[in-house]
Write a protein of this length. Structure first.
Length: 263
């Protein structure tokens, strides 16, 4: 009887040893599998780009015009950006090459939508527009610029572009009726001073091409045009426009010179 009990005890002990060994092996396999399949610590090789609230319009229809003969390319490059949710629109006119050593000028006409309740202070608005130049930069308040749109707040700042310091002058003019903002900057190729009169002259050349759906914007530019100084040129008298008629516009038949030969 005792040998049988001893044999049963040894068999039970061996069985438990095998069970524990099996459980241990399965545990090790589970741990290794979890390590191999764990992807929580894996980082993407390329971080996803931050989505901007502003999207570029692929085929922009120009709403504004600005011609400056002093630049090598008198016609500006034109870009339009729309706010993804608010519907605001930024028309951006740029002169000069971004990587070039010459002067550059950027003028932006911003018509906000639902994305903006009110405009910020001039310094804040201008600082946001120096990002293309590597800003923001410390701004020094300067004398206001007189233009046909009224007085524009201006700021002097130095931009570092391509390892070279550029003297720049920024400007901002915000209107509540209509809700519109004209802002931008003019940078020289180096530390030379900026002719404020020439900049005011350039801004006076900014004109409206079309804004049929915004009559208040049309009225704003029409009133501004009456205050234009024509950059030192002698403006055409208003009477010239009221008294001059082409034969197409005349209410009566045009008076032709000479006689009509009889048949």
């Amino acid at each position: 009887m005792r040998p049988a009990l001893r044999a049963l005890r040894d068999e039970i002990s061996a069985t438990f040893v095998r069970i524990f060994a099996y459980i241990g092996a399965m545990t090790v396999i589970a741990i290794v599998a979890a390590k191999l399949l764990d992807t929580s610590g894996v980082e993407a090789a390329i971080e996803p780009a931050t989505r901007s609230d502003w999207a570029a319009v692929e085929r922009p229809y120009r709403a504004f015009a600005l011609t400056i003969p002093e630049f090598a390319e008198p016609e500006p490059s034109y870009a339009i950006r729309r706010h993804a949710t608010g519907g605001g629109r930024r028309d951006i006119l740029s002169f000069g090459e971004s990587s070039g050593a010459g002067s550059r000028l950027m003028v932006e006409i911003y018509r906000p939508g639902r994305e903006l309740d009110r405009f910020g202070d001039p310094a804040t608005e201008l600082a946001a527009r120096t990002a293309e130049l590597g800003g923001p930069y410390p701004l020094k308040p300067a004398e206001a610029i007189d233009s046909k749109f009224g007085r524009l707040a201006s700021f002097d700042f130095t931009a570092l572009v391509g390892g070279q310091s550029r003297h720049c002058l920024g400007f901002v003019r915000s209107a509540d009726e209509p809700r519109l903002q004209i802002a931008g900057w003019h940078c020289k190729g180096g530390p030379e001073l900026i002719d404020r009169g020439a900049l005011a002259c350039a801004l006076d050349r900014l004109t409206l091409l079309m804004a049929a759906s915004e009559p208040k914007v049309t009225e704003f530019f029409a009133n501004a045009e009456l205050k234009r100084k024509f950059c030192g040129q002698k403006p055409v008298p208003r009477a010239t426009y009221t008294q001059r008629h082409d034969w197409i516009d005349a209410s009566k038949e045009p008076k032709l010179r000479g006689r009509v030969a009889g048949r």
